[in-house]
Design a protein around this ligand. Structure first.
Ligand code: F0G
Length: 473
């Protein structure tokens, strides 16, 4: 059960079926464009959506808003140093700012960055530096304990092959969000460290969910059972040369990020860029009160009672969604349950966006918002104007904000899912009507059905062509 009780509450909206249909249509059938006021349960992301503790709210009040050398920075720096062991601590406003600053200083055109999986913003920062992002996830056959591992044989082959000299950094993303939220084992980080040492390559962590990864190590690796998750996290940090993190996840706060490094010269170059794009090095785009809330969050997040609750809730939720008939990826991690939309909707081909189709249907059935991790996010428009090039998998992610929803909220999501499963064969595919750029999923406008065919959802009125989709706010 939840290792906390609730002290502040926020009402949630209950839009009617007609309001949901209208909201989705006005949003161009893209859930990113649906206003939160039309969402009952929002499982779009676990990022920046956490509930803060009483201690974090109290910490806000002692925030020091001095421009330079604020007390709040010193507290943040001390907590991060104690946790990571890295001397150089640089705050930023969120994870992608850290990626842009750090990878932009480290990578040169033609370099390679290798990872278990680059998150989409990480890949964008690698490519912005003129470098190439190479994903080498370990091939998982069936459910495995550490499905987030980086493939050590593939990394060895790359480092000893003709492109070996171009590898500038290895990035281990813990947990592997884009790869199903699965943890990376301690043994894997040790093996990757050895290869990096042998070939003179920098090893970095994307530590956005470091605490959840550490907890899952203690659960799934018998040799680590019973260890405090904070000790395990420290050991993982000790194996790398530095890290960045979106603290909107395991900082249990609503905004924030960091870069932490051993290399003082690289840190100096990052700070020079930080001043140009984020702010002075002791606030980096954050208010002093944010730094206080983050410092407190970074202490709370490794509490074993909290992490046990988090892993158990996600497991329970995944099992109930599977009972309701959704093809759930097993084992579940901590921050989300992933569902295979292609297996549920075999009649919807990848270029008709089965993951989007499932996500939209969950919204129509119960104002539940989840995110698509399929062809809309990871596929690419065909340069020759044909069908979209499909993503490797058509996943839907039910992300769980930290300390926000109770068991009865999640039971409601399970009931909604059962309703959707019952009419799975009727769920229509979608096509992209308007899109821009490599992160097209945030703003794309979609329509149900085939090009030139009826654009209506089955059993529902056709969209009103005189009512164009509203721009996102
Ligand atoms: N790295 C990982 C592993 C992430 O999951 C994210 C964000 C980032 C970096 C970027 O951090 O959003 O603070 O700029 N993931 C969010 C998600 C958006 O929903 O999974 P950011």
């Amino acid at each position: 059960m939840e290792p906390f009780r609730i002290k502040a509450v926020e009402p949630i909206p209950f839009p009617s079926r007609a309001q949901r249909r209208r909201a989705l249509q006005d949003a161009g059938f893209n859930l990113f464009r649906v206003p939160a006021a039309a969402i009952t349960i929002d499982l779009l992301t676990d990022s920046g959506t956490s509930a803060m503790s009483a201690a974090q709210w109290a910490a806000l009040m002692v925030g020091d808003e001095s421009y330079a050398g604020a007390r709040s920075y010193q507290r943040f720096e001390q907590v991060v140093r104690e946790l990571t062991g890295y001397a150089e601590v640089i705050p930023v406003h969120q994870g992608r700012a850290a990626e842009r600053i750090l990878l932009g200083r480290l990578l040169r055109p033609g370099d390679l960055s290798v990872s278990n999986t680059h998150f989409d913003t990480t890949r964008a920062s690698v490519e912005a530096a003129g470098a190439r992002a190479v994903d080498l996830p370990a091939e998982a056959v069936g459910p495995v304990a550490f499905g987030g591992d980086l493939s050590v044989p593939a990394l060895r082959d790359l480092l000893t092959g003709p492109d070996g000299g171009s590898v500038r950094c290895v990035v281990v993303t813990v947990t592997n969000n884009a790869g199903g939220g699965q943890p990376v084992s301690l043994g894997n980080v040790v093996a990757v460290r050895e290869l990096c040492d042998r070939h003179g390559v920098t090893l970095l962590l994307d530590a956005s969910r470091f605490a959840e990864n550490a907890y899952l190590i203690t659960e799934r690796d018998p040799a680590q059972a019973g260890r405090p998750p904070r000790d395990v996290a420290r050991e993982v940090f000790a194996l790398a040369d530095g890290c960045w993190a979106s603290l909107k996840k395991d900082g249990i706060a609503n905004i924030g990020g960091l870069i932490a490094l051993r290399d003082a010269d690289l840190a100096r170059r990052c700070r020079d860029q930080l001043i140009a794009v984020e702010g002075f090095p002791t606030y980096g785009g954050l208010a002093g009160r944010d730094l206080e809330a983050l410092a407190q969050g970074l202490l709370e997040v490794t509490d074993p009672d909290y992490l046990r609750y988090r892993a158990q809730t996600t497991r329970w939720f995944g099992d109930r969604l599977a009972d309701a008939g959704l093809p759930v990826l097993q084992p579940t991690g901590c921050h989300a349950v992933y569902v295979d939309a292609a297996a549920l909707l075999p009649h919807v081909p990848p270029h008709r966006l089965p993951a989007t189709a499932l996500a939209n249907e969950l919204y129509l059935a119960g104002a539940v918002r989840v995110s698509e991790l399929g062809t809309l996010v990871f596929g690419r428009p065909d340069p020759d104007g044909g069908d979209d090039l499909p993503a490797p998998r058509e996943l839907v992610r039910f992300a769980l904000p930290r300390r926000v929803y109770t068991k009865s909220h999640l039971e409601y999501v399970v009931e909604t899912a059962a309703e959707v499963v019952a009419k799975a064969t009727e769920i229509p595919g979608y096509r992209v009507v308007e899109q821009t750029g490599p992160l097209r999923h945030f703003t794309a406008v979609l329509a149900p059905g085939e090009p030139g065919g009826p654009a209506a959802l089955p059993g529902r009125p056709a969209p009103d062509p005189t009512s164009p989709p509203r721009a996102p706010h």
